[in-house]
Design a protein around this ligand. Structure first.
Ligand SMILES: [Zn+2]
Length: 73
């Protein structure tokens, strides 16, 4: 993992919105619950699946996650 990877986070559309996650959440065991940067709890199963393209379009970007990432830059 590049040093910048954890800083940037990665976006994933899940039920209720596009949230950003640290690599620790992305790499967590299946069947657990991980927190998005905004604190929302998401099943790791949903977090780690390959999201269908429509999910990227349908779900709104979480502005709380966006602000967390912006503050890191
Ligand atoms: Zn969020």
């Amino acid at each position: 993992m590049l040093p910048g990877g954890a800083k940037i986070g990665r976006w994933q559309p899940v039920t209720g919105g596009r949230h950003a996650f640290d690599s620790a959440a992305r790499n967590a065991e299946p069947g657990l619950v991980a927190n998005a940067l905004c604190g929302v709890e998401v099943d790791t199963d949903e977090l780690q699946r390959i999201a269908p393209e429509i999910a990227w379009i349908r779900e709104d970007t979480c502005m709380a996650c966006w602000r967390v990432l912006a503050a890191r830059q």
